[in-house]
Design a protein around this ligand. Structure first.
Ligand code: SF4
Ligand code: SF4
Length: 89
């Protein structure tokens, strides 16, 4: 288990990981966008309830679950968690 401030990475298999950003907690500072090594975060054009352009992950499959975005977020608004596996059929 990897634990960061504001982030919990439950497993290490990148294929199963997901970045979840609390849209309304985000203040649009852009730190996570700048520090994501995969460049998969961006600020939305729209505004959240607080009037900020929130960050969004536009390529979840490319996320390596490094947790850097969650570590950088001053609002502790990002969690990196394990995605539910789709049943094989
Ligand atoms: S966990 Fe790492 S790769 Fe995934 S969005 Fe955050 S900084 Fe980018
Ligand atoms: S670091 Fe946090 S507050 Fe700043 S843009 Fe990213 S999610 Fe929003």
């Amino acid at each position: 288990m990897i634990a960061h401030r504001g982030c919990v990475a439950l497993e290490s298999d990148p294929a199963d990981m997901s970045t979840q950003i609390d849209r309304d907690r985000c203040k649009g500072c852009g730190l996570c966008v700048v520090f994501c090594p995969r460049h998969i975060l961006k600020l939305e054009d729209g505004l959240n309830r607080a009037g900020y352009h929130p960050a969004v992950n536009h390529d979840l499959d490319a996320c390596t679950a490094c947790g850097l975005c969650a570590e950088m977020c001053p609002e502790t608004g990002i969690r990196v968690t394990r995605r539910k596996k789709k049943p094989r059929g």
